[in-house]
Write a protein that binds this ligand. Structure first.
Ligand code: NAD
Length: 351
């Protein structure tokens, strides 16, 4: 068994770079040895953690003791930093969104192939418990055949930070949160995407989107809604999933929510109920004894598995969890989202 400890340098030691530093303290096969950041204040912070602070990026590339470069810089810089790292013989963990467009992903895939060095994108939200609970319900057909999924995140504080407001740095909420939610949707519904209709929002007047709604249709007819909002004072559920035998809702990251499932067909004719200013038979509830409700399942998950899978991928001892083909597919889908928003039309795909 190989017990090599890999030396990793974090490039971009801001919010997410320092989060990686903390997480990696719990990963025995990787040691964070250094940091490169253009800001002095972040360099000073790295020194307090005992990391070697590099003067410039070339010094990281030239250091033969460095095995892995972890990129947590603003989105537009992922492409050049990754290409240089791979060509210098380093393996790369890169933050999401991998790149700014599908051509950049293709460049990096070619460079990874050419150099034999691993490039893997940190799609860490595949380890979120809310997503894994929904995946379990869908995979195990707990709700029968699932035909519709809504996935969203809502906040009310607008776009945070600095570079996330700038088009040239790859700001905006589609690239920020949308990439996570689309990534997971494409795993839940693995069939091809056949159409996309999308609307980005510019409510706060920035040059980049402060929110996005995407409607997806999949081969065979299943549909999904993906939504990111930063101007929502009341938040709607993270997940709402409907199948032929039931539905599930997850309200928040504390896993509040429920599953509702019919146990037996309700063969009785519906009794009309008073609803608002009228009567309705269509919206009358099912007979109580035909439906059961229970909490959403809890799922054990540990995002450190991402880093362990990265090492296994380097050593060729396991299937990689986040593939570059998946990353390319998401990036191509996001291009269709931008196109649909721009033209106001449905974009037809075979993706
Ligand atoms: P941040 O602004 O907090 O940190 C970015 C850091 O990069 C800053 O310290 C900045 O000085 C440094 N930097 C900028 N250009 C650089 C360069 N060329 N070389 C070296 N350092 C440079 O931003 P953040 O929120 O940490 O986001 C960084 C990346 O992480 C983004 O790609 C973002 O999408 C991603 N991110 C991912 C998650 C996740 O859950 N996977 C969460 C937050 C951010």
């Amino acid at each position: 068994m190989n017990n090599k400890i890999y030396s990793l340098v974090i490039v971009g030691y801001g919010g997410m770079g320092s989060q990686h530093g903390r997480k990696l303290e719990e990963v025995s096969r990787i040691k964070v040895t250094g940091v490169y950041d253009i800001k002095e204040v972040r360099q000073a912070e790295a020194r307090t953690k005992g990391y070697k602070v590099y003067e410039d990026y070339q010094a990281v590339l030239d250091d033969p003791s460095v095995d892995i470069i972890l990129i947590a810089t603003p989105n537009d810089s992922h492409h050049p930093i990754t290409l240089q790292a791979l060509h210098a013989g380093k393996h790369v963990i890169c933050e999401k969104p991998a790149m700014m467009n599908s051509q950049e992903v293709k460049d990096v895939m070619s460079a990874s192939e050419e150099t034999g060095k691993v490039f893997m994108v940190h799609q860490n939200r595949r380890w979120d418990e809310d997503y894994l609970a929904i995946k379990k319900l869908v995979d195990e057909k707990e709700l029968g055949d699932v035909f519709y999924v809504e996935t969203r995140v809502h906040g009310s504080r607008g776009i945070p930070g600095d570079w996330r407001h700038d088009l040239k740095h790859g700001g905006g909420m589609l690239l920020d949160w949308g990439v996570h939610l689309l990534d997971r949707l494409l795993i839940l519904f693995p069939e091809k995407v056949t159409s996309v209709y999308a609307k980005l929002s510019y409510i706060l007047g920035h040059e980049v989107d402060d929110g996005v709604k995407v409607y997806l249709t999949f081969e065979g007819g299943r549909t999904a809604l993906m939504e990111v909002g930063t101007t929502n004072f009341i938040t709607l559920p993270l997940w709402y999933v409907t199948g032929l035998n039931g539905a599930a809702v997850i309200e928040d990251w504390d896993m509040n929510g429920k599953v509702a499932k019919w146990d037996q067909a309700d063969t009785s004719d519906a009794v009309p109920i008073v609803a608002g200013a009228g009567l309705t038979k269509t919206m009358a509830p099912r007979a109580e004894n035909t439906v059961s409700e229970y909490p959403v399942p809890r799922v054990e998950c540990d995002v450190r598995d991402f880093y362990y899978n990265f090492i296994d991928t380097i050593e060729n001892t396991a299937e990689r969890i986040v593939t570059n083909e998946e990353v390319l597919r998401i990036m191509t889908l996001m291009e269709a989202v931008f196109e649909s928003d721009k033209t106001g039309e449905v974009v037809h795909l075979n993706l």
